[in-house]
Design a protein around this ligand. Sequence first.
Ligand code: PRP
Ligand code: MN
Ligand code: MG
Length: 183
Amino acid sequence: PSDLGTDLSAVLLTEEQLQTRLGEMAEQIDADYAGKDLLLVGVLKGAVMVMADLSRRLHHPVNMDWMAVSSYGSGTKSSGVVRILKDLDSDLSGRNVLIVEDIIDSGLTLSWLVSNLRSRGPASVEIATMLRKPEAAKVEVDVRYVGFDIPNEFVVGYGLDFAEKYRNLPFVGTLAPHVYQGA
Ligand code: PRP
Ligand code: MN
Ligand code: MG
C-alpha cells in the first residue's frame, strides 16, 4: 500500500484551485455553445474526474459519451500509435464534439483522437483539458480550453495515475522520485 505522506513531494494544484478553474472553463463553454448541440467525449480512464466535475458546472444541456484508448509504445511513453479499446456509442455526424481530457503530455494521444473523430463527420471537434505540459509536447495540438499549464514533472491525482494508483486524490500532486525510480 502507498503512503501519501511520503509518495508525494508537493501539492501542485489544490482541490480549490482545480474547482475554481473548472467553473471558469464551464462558463466559457456555456457561452461558446449557446444554442448548439454539445456532445462531451471523455477519454477513459484519466478524464473521469474532469468529466464529472466540468459537466456539473455547465448549464448547457449535453450528451456524454466515453472512449478508451491505449497507445502502443515502449515503457510508459506513448508512441502515437493508438488502439481503440472502447469506442463511442454515439454517431458523430453533425454533432459538436468536445473531447474532455485530464492531461496533454506529448500530445500524441489527442492528435490521433482528434483526426479519428474528425473523420466521422462531426460539425466540430474541440478539446478541453484540465492540465497541459508545454515542455513535453511532441506534436502541437490545438486546444480550445486549458485548465493549467504545468511543468514537466510526474504528476498524479484528480484522475491521473501512476501504475493505476492515486487517481482518486481530489488534488494534483507531484510524485516523489523514489516512487517511480524503482518501477
Ligand atoms: C494519459 C492521460 C492522457 C494521455 C496523455 O492516459 O490521461 O489520456 O496519457 O498523454 P500523451 O499526451 O503523451 O499522449 P493513459 O494512456 O495513461 O491512460 P489512462 O487515462 O487510463 O491513465
Ligand atoms: Mn488518459
Ligand atoms: Mg495513465
